[in-house]
Design a protein around this ligand. Structure first.
Ligand SMILES: O=C(O)c1ccccc1N[C@@H]1O[C@H](COP(=O)(O)O)[C@@H](O)[C@H]1O
Length: 219
């Protein structure tokens, strides 16, 4: 089974090149001023140009209004929009129509019952992303490096492709793949030396760990 891999929160050419060379199917750019990974639409536009034809460029936003999304889409021309806030199914549908782009809707997961919230988005969002609930007091809805109980996803029939995220790193990705068996994975802080600073050695180590885990499972 193919596995989509998204490296998120990219801000530099070196980190982007490392993600693409390692085999990322998706590269993510954060548009959230409180995040240490925040980029401007212009910065993301320059980076995404380097990814064109090699990896899908994902614009990550949080309850963004049309004016902000207009600016992002104009400057960056993303392949996909990731909505990581409290966007309603109606808002997701509006965004899809306005930009004619696929949408990945993020959900904060803590317990199995949280998965019930995906039902109204089926047939609207092209993809789901399951992230951990932010720790109390965090200013960020994602990118907190915390994980949830991956067994919650075992056997899930989401109806669409999804990505598992939240606290993934080279040391735990084998367990995550074994326990949740997701069609895609998404990582940010697990390949950083400090918040917002991607480390190319950690990116490389993550891809090696993914490959080793997949080889072990195929054996
Ligand atoms: O990374 C951020 O700063 C961020 C800000 C606002 C919304 C989403 C954000 N990140 C997303 O969260 C996942 C999980 O991050 P981590 O691996 O636990 O650090 C990340 O991949 C982004 O999609």
């Amino acid at each position: 089974m193919a596995l989509d891999i998204k490296i998120c929160g990219l801000k530099t050419e070196a980190a982007l090149a490392s993600a693409i060379d390692g085999g990322a199917s998706h590269v993510g750019f954060i548009f959230f001023p409180k995040s240490p990974r925040n980029v401007t639409p212009q910065e993301a536009g320059e980076l995404r140009a380097l990814a064109r034809g090699r990896a899908k460029a994902v614009a990550v936003t949080v309850d963004a209004d049309d004016a902000f999304l207009d600016a992002i889409v104009d400057a960056m021309q993303p392949d996909m929009l990731q909505l990581h806030g409290s966007e309603s199914p109606e808002r997701v549908a509006q965004v899809k129509v306005r930009y004619a782009l696929p949408v990945m809707k993020a959900f904060a997961i803590h317990k199995a019952a949280d998965l019930a919230r995906i039902a109204p988005y089926r047939g609207i969002a092209e993809r789901f992303l399951f992230d951990a609930k932010p720790p109390p007091g965090s200013a960020l809805p994602g990118g907190n490096g915390v994980r949830f109980d991956w067994t919650i996803l075992a056997g899930l029939d989401a109806g669409v492709d999804y990505m598992l995220s939240g606290g993934l790193d080279a040391a735990n990705i084998a367990d995550a793949l074994r326990l949740a068996n997701p069609p895609g994975i998404d990582i940010s802080s697990g390949v950083e030396s400090e918040p917002g600073v991607k480390d190319t050695a950690l990116i490389e180590a993550f891809f090696k760990a993914v490959a080793a885990a997949r080889d072990d499972r195929a054996a």
